[in-house]
Structures are given as structure tokens and as C-alpha cells.
Design a protein around this ligand. Sequence first.
Ligand code: GTP
Ligand code: MG
Length: 398
Amino acid sequence: MALTAPRGERLNIGLFGRRNVGKSSLLNALCAQQVSIVSDTPGTTTDAVSKIYELIPVGPVTFFDTAGIDDSGTIGTLRTAATQKIMNKTDIALLVTDENGIGTYEHSLMGTLNTLNIPFILVVNKSDKANPLIADKLPCPVVRISAAKKENIEHLKAVITDIVPDYLKTAPALVRDLITQGQTVVCIAPIDSSAPKGRLILPQVQVIRDILDAHAYAYVIQNDREFLQIQENLKTPPALVITDSQLIRSVAAVVPSEINLTTFSTLFARYKGDLKILYDGAKHLQNLPDNAEILIAEACSHHVQDDDIARVKMPTLIKNVLKKELHFEWSAGSDFPDDLNRFDIVIHCGGCMLSRLETLRRLNECVRSGVPVTNFGMALSAMQGVLDRVIRPFGVQS
Ligand SMILES: Nc1nc2c(ncn2[C@@H]2O[C@H](COP(=O)(O)OP(=O)(O)OP(=O)(O)O)[C@@H](O)[C@H]2O)c(=O)[nH]1
Ligand SMILES: [Mg+2]
């Protein structure tokens, strides 16, 4: 099971703490294997070690054992930038300490983990040696273990399971919460040269399925002209119109303003990611300075077409609208840059190849690096002046 689970569904669990507290020993105890080198010389782990593991009862996880950091430091003096990078992609953190309990470093790290919105557990190791006094009021569960003697490891696994936040476990609805039984939804899916032969693309199929699950009626058409034609046939106006982002401008021009209108990308921004983060990112596009550095990130690598959205359409549109000197960089596949903070904004693809967890993790990485992030569809809407209209059905406030 562990090795067949989709990579994106694995939780990233990071082990952080001072040197020599027993992080590597804990990793070995959790995996019941000798994964990471243990020694009594402080600073044994210098580069982060990752280990894929089926952690029962948590599920598939990737552990990251990091280089220890000295007590004197705060997060600003992390011994290695690598540890910070690991933290940026951490879903759950184990803050490991030893018989010395918690001091300045642990308090500083707790503050950082809170700021970064990373759920964490304080793991007090070496309980076979001593049981240090730990303050009652900490913002996290406290688990005392002995990694060397493999004591209380099962309990720690149970606590890890408990702190997995709900938003990582369950996705919001795709569209069904926006409609009710018996209503009509118009879906606009252009069949152009970029459409796959003989079928619809997966996001369109998923939306139609969700409409059917809501026992509402899906009308599937190709463009704004067809919308005008079917409008005459409909006795009551549609509850919602969902269009491909590339047609949003012409569709917005013909759909009466009192009818809710959105795009497939916006639905997926909420379903797969975080609508608020992506909406804020899209609004930020207008504020980009001259010479802004823009990262266009795609989750898959594919053959680049002449009118490729990432390489051609998106940069051209943004340059035309903003009338500024802008610099673009591209990333593809799993190749998401570590040094995100050199960008002024990240524009990500819809992430149909990424799981929700993987998408959220990328958004978190941007937020944690202080970089606004949006997606292709919402950027297209923003650049065509219809961002607030496509957001309206969701009631998201800026
Ligand atoms: N008594 C006792 N010793 C432990 C325990 N866990 C680890 N140790 C010892 O503590 C020392 C450091 O363990 P490591 O696992 O290498 O510690 P680390 O946090 O990975 O250290 P760095 O990689 O240097 O940051 C080793 O000598 C371990 O044998 C424990 O539960 N009890
Ligand atoms: Mg180590």
C-alpha cells in the first residue's frame, strides 16, 4: 500500500530540534529501521534525510530528518537554509527536545511553526534518562518518549493522526453547494485545437458529475453564441454559468449580471487549493512593479504548442494589460523552486496532475516565503477585469 499510494497524498512530517536531542533516533524508531545515522556527536545529520514510509495508523508519509540547530539561535539563525526549506513544505512538525526540556530555541521554533500554520507536537525524548518539567500551557500536544528504548512510539503515532487538520483530509465541494436540486447549470466547454480528441477534459467531467450528484441539470455548450441561443429555450434563468477561463470575457458580456458566473478554474481553485489565497494573489497582479519577476509553474511537463497558455498566452496577456517590463521564468513537473522569495508572484497551473494536498503545500510554500500566488484561470479573469464577478458565487471577501 505504502509504495502504491499517489505521491501527493503523502503527508510531509518534519523532525526539527537542537543538535543531539535524538531526531535521527526518533526517525529510526518511527520507521523501525536504521534510516538515519545516530551518534553522540552533535551535528551528525548535516543534510536533510527523507524517508517514505507507511505510518500506521496515519497512512503514507514522507519523513524529513533535519540538521540540528543550536539552542542559542532563533529561527533567523537556522543553521542551514535547508532546514527552512524543509519547514516550508512540512504538513506536520515534530519538535524534538531531550532531558533539557524547552528553552529559548524551542519557544522560538514554536512561534515560527504557529506563524507558518504548521500543526506540531512537542516530543520530549530520552525519557529513560530524565523527565524534565514542561509548562502546562503550550500551544501543542506534548508526548514523552524514549527513541532509544522505543518507548511510547505507538502513542506518538496516534497523536500525529489526531493533529492532521481537517482541511488536509477533506476537500470542499466542487460545485454542488452552490446549486440545489432541479436547477439548471450551463457549462461552457469550447472544443478548440487544444481540446483532447474525442473527450472532455477531466475538470469538466468532474464538474458535470458533481452537478448530476446534486440532481441539478447540466447544459453543456461551447461558447457565448450558443449561450444566447439556449437562453431562449430556458424557461427559468440558469442558477449558475461555468465557463472555460479563456472565454470568460465574451461569456461575461452575454450572461446577465444577476446570473452567477464563474470559471472551471475558480471552482478548482477552491476544491484543490485555497480560494482566498489565490484570489488575493490574482488581485496582486495589478500591483506588480516594473521589472517584476514572475514564476509560471506547471505541474506537468508536456509538449509546448505554438499558442501554449503558460509560455505564450499568459505572458502576452499580462504584458499587454499591465504595460510593464516583466520577467518570466517557468517551472514544470515536480521541479518547484526552493528559493521562491526571489519572485514577485507565482502563477500556478490548475494542478489537475496534483492532489489537493500537493497543491495546498505549494500554496503554503509561497505564502510562507511571502510571495503572492494565483492560478492560470484566476489570472486570466483578473487580466480581463472579471475577477470579482467569478468570485461572487463563493462569497469570498478580500
Ligand atoms: N538515553 C537516551 N539516549 C538517546 C535517546 N535517543 C537518542 N539518544 C542518544 O542521543 C544521541 C544523539 O542522537 P541522534 O539521534 O543522533 O540525535 P540528533 O538529534 O539526530 O542529532 P543531530 O543529527 O546532531 O542534530 C545519540 O548518542 C543517541 O544514542 C533516548 O531515548 N535515550
Ligand atoms: Mg541527526
